[in-house]
Design a protein around this ligand. Structure first.
Ligand code: ADP
Length: 502
């Protein structure tokens, strides 16, 4: 009998379920969008009930459509990270909204804490930057702004969780309150070195220990779904944050292997092995995953360096919606190909400032180098090059931080369909860029982890053998050509820096 892994991929705008077979192929999938709430500028909320209802529905759909539900060996969970929920342990009902990772409501609190000189302590302990993006200050906000929440939390009546915890709590009908190390490592409350909640951090962020979930590995016999919820008791054998899952799904099992996801923004993660690397270039150091390499073996933790580029595919959205020079994102490729090069035109898409490795919140978008001969095709081409150049900056920072030379880059995400973009990327990096057959790497990575723990696959080598390349882009530029391009880009970046006065 064929065995399956049911991957639950709880994303920022939709909940998805994908059934993977023992060959790592997609057998079935279902997806449901749910509501986004923007109650004030800078605030982004979900309703915890919507997250659960949409995820439950797609999971049930696949179980019902599966000819033999008993062939589902395990459930593997991957999720939007950092999004913060608080709920009542007795009723299981959320208190207040789920505060989404994009939400900036605690930016001032973070600025105050930075002004108190806490940046370095927090970076050393957590591998993160002290920013509103992470869960710590979001949880404190819920405790301080919901009537009675703080005292109830101190009495042990409330539970905090990121989305992985929330899903497992509901899948187990309240029996398990757990989170995996990869999700815990995004809270600012977790010590990257001891792999535990950290008392000093809990005090700094004013979080009572009684609300916290138990930390578990990313893979193993973590919990079991309640028959009252899914109709079946199915082991839950993986929990992992979405970007870490994608890294696993790209088969980046060895130190020095990296993936980049070209979505709205770009997310690059590099496997740095069994020790966290302290970044000197404002990158994040995070847990990749923790698992036992054999059922009886000890646990092994893999760490990653992580960096994001704010404007990835969103640069193409701007061409479409801001400039109206294309009707669909896919049209950008043909338009850019209609000219042989950018004609020395550079677009720095610093619309919301620049992230790693520049970190300039006051940088703004710049289009420079235009002449009377410049057309929309040049601008489209410059936009794609800008995505590749930003990724190259992050790639270089990672290599420096890790002291490694990367020999290839594996890619996925919506904009990785664009062959011209990937060819540009290979040319600029000087290493091959590889797109896999299955670009649903997030769900796939969770399924791989869960399937390993459930015994569907024997080792990561068995998975590497399943992992299939769709297309490989070899660098076609000389070192000089890419050096000139990058030097020009650096000049353009300098022009974009410190522009805004607010
Ligand atoms: P997310 O998961 O962040 O919502 P996706 O992985 O779905 O993003 O990718 C969507 C992004 O990819 C959009 O910003 C879109 O502009 C961009 N995109 C989609 N197709 C192409 C294409 N062919 N060329 C360049 N960009 C594209």
């Amino acid at each position: 009998m064929m065995h399956y892994i049911l991957a639950l991929d709880q994303g920022t705008t939709s909940s998805r379920a994908i059934l993977f077979d023992a060959n790592g192929a997609m057998a079935d999938s279902a997806q449901q969008e749910y509501a986004q709430h923007f109650p004030q500028p800078g605030w982004v909320e979900h309703n915890g009930r919507d997250i659960w209802a949409s995820q439950l529905e797609v999971a049930k759909t696949l179980i019902q459509r599966c000819p033999s539900p008993s062939s589902i060996a395990a459930i593997a969970i991957t999720n939007q990270r950092e999004t913060t929920l608080l709920w009542d342990r007795k009723t299981g009902q959320p208190l207040g909204p789920a505060i989404v990772w994009q939400d900036r409501r605690t930016a001032d609190q973070c600025a105050t804490m930075r002004a108190q000189g806490l940046t370095e302590l927090i970076q050393t302990k957590t591998g993160l930057v002290l920013d509103a993006y992470f869960s710590g200050t979001k949880l404190a906000w819920l405790l301080d702004n919901i009537d009675g929440a703080r005292s109830r939390a101190e009495r042990g009546e409330l539970a905090f969780g990121t989305v992985d915890s929330w899903l497992v709590w509901n899948l187990t009908a309240g029996a398990s309150h757990i989170t995996d190390v990869s999700n815990a490592s995004r809270t600012l409350l977790f010590n990257l070195h001891t792999l535990e909640w950290d008392d000093e951090l809990l005090t700094l962020f004013n979080i009572p220990r009684a609300v916290l979930p138990t930390i578990v590995p990313s893979a193993g016999q973590l919990a079991q779904s309640s028959p009252s919820v899914l109709g079946h008791a199915i082991p839950i054998t993986a929990m992992i944050g979405d970007q870490q899952a994608a890294t696993f799904g790209q088969g980046c099992f060895k130190p020095g292997m990296a993936k980049n996801t070209y979505g709205t923004g770009c997310f690059m993660l590099l496997n740095t092995g069994s020790e966290p690397v302290a970044s000197r270039h404002h990158l994040l150091s995070t847990v990749g995953w923790q698992r036992a390499s054999s059922p009886s073996g000890g646990l092994h933790t893999t760490y990653c360096l992580e960096a994001s580029v704010f404007m990835g595919g969103a640069t193409v959205q701007w061409l479409r919606d801001g400039l109206n020079i294309i009707q669909t994102a896919a049209e950008v490729e043909a338009l850019a190909l209609s000219v042989p090069d950018v004609g020395d035109t550079y677009l720095v898409p610093a619309f919301t400032g620049l992230g790693a490795p520049h970190w300039d919140g006051h940088a703004r978008g710049t289009l420079i180098g235009m002449t009377r001969g410049t057309t929309k095709a040049h601008i489209a081409r410059a936009a794609l090059e800008a995505i590749a150049l930003q990724v190259a900056d992050v790639f270089e920072a990672m290599q420096k931080d890790a002291g490694l030379n990367l020999s290839e880059l594996r890619v996925d995400g919506g904009a990785s369909k664009n062959n011209l973009l990937l060819q540009m990327q290979a040319n600029i990096l000087g290493v091959p860029v590889i797109r896999p057959k299955i670009v649903e790497t997030t769900a796939l990575g969770a399924a791989y982890l869960g399937g390993l723990a459930a015994g569907l696959w024997s080792s990561t080598d068995a998975i590497s053998a399943l992992w299939q390349e769709d297309q490989r882009f070899e660098p076609q530029w000389s070192d000089t050509e890419s050096a000139v391009k990058r030097a020009r880009w650096r000049q353009a970046i300098e022009r974009a820096k410190s522009w805004s006065q607010d």
